[in-house]
Design a protein around this ligand. Structure first.
Ligand code: NAD
Length: 330
């Protein structure tokens, strides 16, 4: 029998890649978002434009698709540092994203046979406490470091609240819940301009637009550290989590930590350009962050395959082509 999956947030970066992956595996896919994917046509069998903060439309969707055995929940009001850390979008982030998760869980209890469905929730490295990420030395975040909690953004608090919401439904309704804490996912078809883009995409765009020997602006001194996971590795880890017995939040990230200055140099090398960095004030987030993958290695026997250099090459080539297409349309 053909397995059916629902992908929420399927017009976004990770959700659209998951739809492609599920279709390759032969699933029937119902996809939902407030928008279609920006950069390619969705391969979903059924793509519905819905606002998932609206309980009635969400419940209708679930009622009509209650034969799905897997639900992937990516829908959230989110973006990079320029969206999350300015404080200007906090009310929308808290309200919209939590409402989507509340509506989903309530609706599933109403319309699904809970023994037949698994739900994946995309949490974030942003749930980890601010004070353990105040240095840019090797900050290796283990799952148990989440508490005592003190995320540095409302985005992180919402993710932590929603993790707890999913875990409560797992406890009280015996729902089959899978929660990943994603650490900076990047790759082709991710947002690369407009204010919601993340660091790798922003750096690729700036370098693509710069002349050889030119200069780009970077927020802060560029010595803040992060790790970045290539999209294909993220999808593979998520599928493995979904197929496993793991029922606690787990990191999905890379352990290849770099400073933002190193990231710039790596992109410049792939672009074959000499680029100077102009450090300016801007929203930064924590000083240092890296994923600790001990738990996922132990439980799922998973490790990332793409080095940052390999992933950046593919991402830069894609963004460079987007920049060229955009120039032609100007
Ligand atoms: P994205 O912004 O590209 O995708 C989110 C999608 O949700 C968007 O297409 C958006 O239109 C949709 N959405 C928002 N509000 C909606 C609503 N009311 N109704 C229906 N759809 C709605 O983000 P992404 O990078 O693909 O991230 C997917 C998920 O993974 C998010 O929950 C995000 O918080 C989480 N996450 C991502 C990263 C990362 O590095 N990309 C890191 C940690 C966690």
């Amino acid at each position: 029998m053909i397995q059916k999956a629902i992908v929420l947030g399927a017009g976004g970066f990770i959700g659209s890649h998951m739809v492609t992956n599920l279709k390759e595996k032969g699933y029937f896919v119902t996809a939902v978002d407030i928008k279609y994917p920006e950069f390619s046509e969705s391969g979903a069998d059924d793509f519905q434009i819905l606002d998932l903060t609206d309980q009635n439309s969400f419940e209708n969707l679930l009622k009509n698709n209650n034969d799905a055995t897997e639900i992937y929940q990516y829908a959230a009001d989110m973006g990079g540092a320029g969206f999350i850390f300015t404080g200007e979008n906090d009310a929308d982030i808290m309200h919209n994203s939590s409402l989507i998760n509340i509506n989903l869980l309530k609706g599933v209890t109403k319309f699904f046979n809970l023994e037949n469905v698994k739900i994946f929730y995309s949490s974030s490295a942003c749930i980890y406490p601010e004070e353990i990420q105040s240095s840019n030395e090797n900050i290796s975040l283990r799952e148990i470091d989440a508490y005592p909690a003190n995320p540095d953004s409302e985005y992180g608090w919402e993710k932590l609240f929603s993790e707890r919401l999913y875990l409560s439904y797992q406890k009280n309704y015996k729902m089959n819940i899978k929660i990943a804490r994603f650490h900076n996912i990047y790759g082709p078809q991710g947002t690369w301009q407009g204010g919601r883009e993340k660091a790798p995409a922003a750096v690729c765009r700036k370098i693509s637009e710069a002349k050889d020997g030119g200069e780009i602006e970077i927020w802060g001194d560029g010595e803040q550290t992060r790790s970045f996971l290539y999209i294909e590795d993220c999808i593979e880890a998520t599928k493995r989590l979904m197929d496993s017995e793991v029922n606690i939040p787990i990191n999905i990230g890379s352990e290849e930590m770099v400073t933002i200055n190193q990231l710039v140099n790596l992109v410049a090398k792939h672009a074959n350009k000499k680029i100077a960095i102009n450090h300016i004030d801007g929203p930064l987030g924590v000083r240092g962050r890296n994923s600790n993958n001990d738990l996922i290695r132990e439980k799922l026997n998973w490790d990332y395959k793409f080095s940052l250099s390999e992933g950046i090459q593919k991402t830069y080539d894609w963004i460079d082509a987007q920049v060229t297409i955009n120039k032609k349309h100007d």
